[in-house]
Design a binder for this molecule. Structure first.
Ligand code: NAI
Length: 454
């Protein structure tokens, strides 16, 4: 039996960063990953979808540059080449993770790990050929797509007429009509990609809004922008049956049939907790593995970071959680602040958000003041956009005079939001923010303009 200071189960963002940070902190880390390093994020989530979206954006610009004085004939999109590029990007980044593990002397074991038992000085974890003992375990086994219990689902999946976001990434033949179930983050990004590359897209959502819990007004604006591009939305609509590649839905007591060539499930993800041996050491599980602000589970020495704890299923949440967990192991003071985790939807236009929405502020009893400006106040935004619009909405906590929330819709929103997260997290007052110099011309200036309206 071999020993280590830390056993990490799962090689996605939370797992590989935990192993790296632990090694940098002087610990000897072993990482078990049964599939590919990089997890869902690198192999079948964040990175591949952003690569596809960028290809679609270039195609769109080539086809629709007339407003900018650019025209091109015979613009063609070659899906097999798009997929090949996506695979190349994934390969590059996955090998980058492997190199980082090697550089930090993290031992990577490409097998499934099962927690066997707790012993006097740690835990035993084994795979097919290896057995390890360590004082600490960090579980980062991730999440998987939810497949609903709707009649006809099994048959449609078996026939390949219904798929999840994993399978659709590698399909070289585009459907003519795609029906997406769920207008959450994945549903909206997939709708954007397929709409841009010329597929007729319908999104069916049982809630009355798109983009889940993101700001209500901005979600409406995003829906409007996406509709302008031709994406059809059926809100307040519940799927009750799958018939091959078509759906039977219910809206206000009425039955509606939605015809299509392919169905894509984007109805959420759930933590992967089966088969890890959690019951062998008594780790408490609710929606996911229960963790506190240091990512400690109910068993001392065992941590859970990333999607597996079911808190905020985003790769960057997992990154931060793994750092906090490793700090706790090393005795360094640190804790999670889930309120300053930004969310981004990589649609065209992008939407990004951090902190409170008006609705969540109200629920918490916060007194807030709101300022909102259209993106047209930014010279660079006007220069670079023709028909797209956008907005910047900021919430001020009137008691502290600090920002409580920030919501952006428009180009570069994904690249601007971290700055707003920092201002909220660091509790910078509005008077101090007013003194910050923003580069001109940049879309970021919209933040400064809006700050002056608070
Ligand atoms: P989600 O939870 O964001 O959205 C699922 C949507 O499906 C909900 O709006 C729900 O009301 C709807 N729905 C569920 N059952 C339905 C039914 N039977 N009929 C109609 N509508 C139904 O889940 P999603 O989009 O699958 O994303 C999963 C996770 O992955 C999320 O935690 C998300 O944050 C994360 N993710 C984040 C990305 C990003 O940060 N850009 C990109 C991709 C995923």
């Amino acid at each position: 039996m071999d020993t280590a200071d830390l056993i990490v189960i799962g090689g996605g963002p939370a797992g590989y960063l935990a192993a790296q940070r632990a090694a940098e902190g002087g610990m000897q880390a072993v990482l078990f990953e049964e599939k590919n390093l990089g997890g869902v994020c690198l192999n079948e989530g964040c990175v591949p979808t952003k690569t596809l979206l960028n290809c679609a954006k270039i195609y769109h610009h080539a086809k629709c540059g007339q407003a900018f004085g650019v025209s091109a004939e015979h613009v063609e999109l070659h899906i097999p080449q798009v997929i090949a590029r996506k695979n190349k990007v994934v390969k590059t980044l996955v090998s980058g993770v492997a190199m980082t593990m090697k550089k930090n002397k993290v031992k990577v074991i490409s097998q499934k790990a099962v927690i066997e038992k707790e012993v006097e000085d740690g835990f035993l974890v084994k795979s097919e050929e290896q057995e390890y003992k360590a004082k600490n375990i960090l579980i980062a086994s991730g999440s998987e797509a939810v497949i609903p219990n709707i009649p006809g689902t099994k048959e449609s999946l078996e026939q390949g007429l219904a798929v999840t976001s994993r399978e659709i990434l590698d399909e070289e033949t585009l459907p003519e009509k795609l029906t997406i179930i769920g207008a959450g983050v994945i549903g909206l990004e997939m709708a954007t990609y397929f709409n841009t590359v010329g597929v007729e897209v319908t999104v069916v959502e049982m809630l009355d809004k798109v983009a889940g819990s993101m700001d209500v007004k901005l979600s409406k604006l995003l829906e409007k922008e996406l509709k302008k591009k031709g994406i059809q939305f059926m809100l307040d609509t519940k799927v009750v049956e799958l018939k091959g590649s078509s759906l039977v839905c219910e809206k206000n007591g009425e039955i509606i049939n939605v015809e299509g060539d392919k169905i894509l499930f984007c109805i959420g993800r759930r933590p992967v907790i089966q088969g890890l041996g959690l019951e062998n050491i008594g780790v408490k599980v609710e929606k996911g593995i229960v963790t506190d602000e240091h990512l400690c589970t109910s068993v001392k020495g065992v941590y859970a970071a990333g999607d597996v704890n079911g808190k905020i299923m985003l790769a960057h949440t997992g990154y931060r959680e793994s750092e906090v967990a490793v700090h706790h192991m090393l005795g360094i003071e640190d804790k999670m602040d889930y309120n300053v985790i930004p969310s981004v939807v990589y649609t065209f236009p992008e939407m990004a958000s951090v902190g409170e929405t008006l609705e969540s502020a109200k629920e918490k009893g916060l007194e807030v003041k709101v300022a909102e400006l259209p993106m047209m106040y930014s010279g660079r935004f006007v220069a670079e956009n023709d028909k797209e619009s956008g907005t910047c909405k900021l919430l001020l906590d009137t008691k502290t005079n600090c920002l409580a929330g920030a919501h952006l819709l428009g180009t570069y929103a994904s690249e601007l939001i971290w700055g707003l997260a920092a201002l909220i997290g660091q509790k910078v007052t509005v008077d101090e923010i007013k003194k910050i110099v923003f580069p001109h011309p940049s879309v970021s200036e919209i933040v400064k303009e809006t700050i002056f309206k608070l």
